[in-house]
Design a binder for this molecule. Structure first.
Ligand code: S3P
Length: 433
């Protein structure tokens, strides 16, 4: 559970300096938790995400019969159900987590029981037809209420499909692959934009054979998952807030240790480089199929230029777009975002909330159905920020506040704990005021 609603006052900073080792990647933690619950044997994870979202996945895993132990040293152990989830009369509570609800739908497709998946107010507004369609084509019975949770699923014997995702979504891809793992025949998922591939890498880690081409992934049904021992790489989408904060201050210097650098997730580093930020990557190594390394960031003395994010870049940067848009007024030429309509169906309508909050800070911004134009050369002023209880909006505007004139009040700042409970403590630690 999140702490009660809090507001945070963020005061302007003079510089951003320090070194950080971040909690584990949210996307990877979800996958390890959910696959670990179905696997044979005990999965042992270090640096698991500390966010409430991944706790929702662990709680669902436990409700399905996995034995989840949180050790004192932060290690998480998950004794798997060896391919057979237990029935659960109580609803499976996915909290705020779309990843939990969508991926679990795929995993539950072959379980011969009826489950109800529920979520909080935000999750209950998000589109679930996108998973109902392929998973019911495979043979599971799924009911929604007007396209949304509560989602009721009755699994059983399912068959493989060849499915092209209608929108770029790693969650849809993962749901179909997780069902495909338990289906009769070989399931293929095709996508027009390559989305994050943590499921493919995690499945391989758990000993499953996965075939990939440039735009498709195939998995044969009937393979067993074998428990893993893994360290979850630091979350690059959490690092994004600090990378962007450092980008705002000439003279800044931040170093991130053991950061996840999976190429399907590290696009922000290229975009920041295009804006003129100096990024160094050291000590690259592969851990459980995932790239991990040290990243050093320094802002350019001459300030940030500007850029356009559109097409496949928008899909790959989807979680980082709010913070990029929030720092865009401080660039010279502004940032233009297009092809990012998916932002409207995240934890909040992130296009509308980014525009609203930038305006509250005195910026000029133009809103489009699929993006935003944020002109550069604008000085923001401190303001009251409506986070919409969306973790990434709260953190994005906390970063924008660092260079604003005057103090900023972030309403609903507690939502940061959905992905990154340590955010405000670490922000205090690395900012010079
Ligand atoms: C995620 C995929 C993305 C992303 C979300 C996590 C994942 O969602 O926005 O924060 O872990 O697969 P979509 O797959 O819906 O684009």
């Amino acid at each position: 559970m999140l702490e009660t609603k809090t507001e945070r006052i963020v005061t302007p900073a003079r510089n951003v300096l320090g070194s950080l080792r971040l909690p584990g990647d949210k996307s990877i933690s979800h996958r390890y938790a959910l696959l670990g619950a179905l696997a044979h044997g005990t999965t042992r994870l270090t640096n698991f995400s500390t966010g409430a979202d991944c706790a929702s996945s662990l709680d669902c895993a436990a409700a399905l019969g996995a034995k989840v132990t949180r050790k004192e040293d932060g290690v998480i152990e998950i004794a798997g159900t060896n391919g057979s989830f237990h029935p659960s009369d109580a609803p499976l509570d996915c909290g705020n987590s779309g990843s939990t609800m969508r991926m679990l739908t795929g995993l539950l497709a072959a379980a011969p029981h009826t489950y109800t998946l529920i979520g909080d107010a935000s999750l209950s507004r998000r589109p679930m037809e996108r998973v109902r369609k392929p998973i019911s084509q495979m043979g599971a019975e799924i009911a929604l209420v007007d396209g949304h949770a509560p989602l009721t699923i009755k699994g059983g014997k399912i068959k493989a499909i060849d499915y092209t995702t209608p929108v770029p979504s790693a969650q849809i891809k993962s749901a179909v692959l997780f069902a495909g793992l338990q289906a009769e025949g070989t399931t293929t998922v095709r996508e027009s934009v390559r989305t994050r591939d943590h499921s493919e890498l995690a499945l391989r880690g758990f000993g499953v054979h996965v075939d990939r081409t440039t735009d498709s992934v195939s998995i044969a049904g009937g393979q067993q998952l074998q428990a893993i021992e893994a360290a979850v790489p630091g979350d690059i989408s959490s690092a994004a807030f600090f990378l962007c904060a450092a980008a705002l201050f000439p003279g800044s210097n931040l170093v991130f240790d053991s950061l996840g650098l999976n190429p399907t997730r590290a696009t922000l580093l290229d975009v920041l480089t295009a804006l003129g930020v100096h990024i160094g990557v050291l000590n690259l190594e592969e851990k459980s199929g995932e790239l991990v390394g040290t990243v050093q960031v320094n802002a350019p003395a001459s300030g940030l230029t500007g850029t356009t994010v559109s097409g496949s870049l928008a899909a790959q940067l989807i979680d980082e777009l709010p913070v990029l848009a929030a720092i865009a007024p401080y660039t010279q030429n502004g940032i233009r975002i297009r092809d990012a309509k998916e932002l409207r169906v995240k934890e909040s309508d992130r296009i509308a909330l980014v525009a609203k909050n930038l305006r509250a800070m005195g910026a000029e911004v133009e809103e489009f159905e699929d993006g935003l134009d944020v002109p550069g050369g604008q000085q923001l002023r401190g303001a009251e920020i409506d986070s919409g209880h969306d973790h990434r909006i709260a953190m994005a505007f906390s970063v924008a506040a660092l260079r604003a004139a005057g103090d900023t009040v972030i309403h609903g700042a507690e939502s940061a704990a959905i992905s990154f409970p340590e955010f405000y403590d670490l922000l205090d630690q690395v900012t010079e005021r």
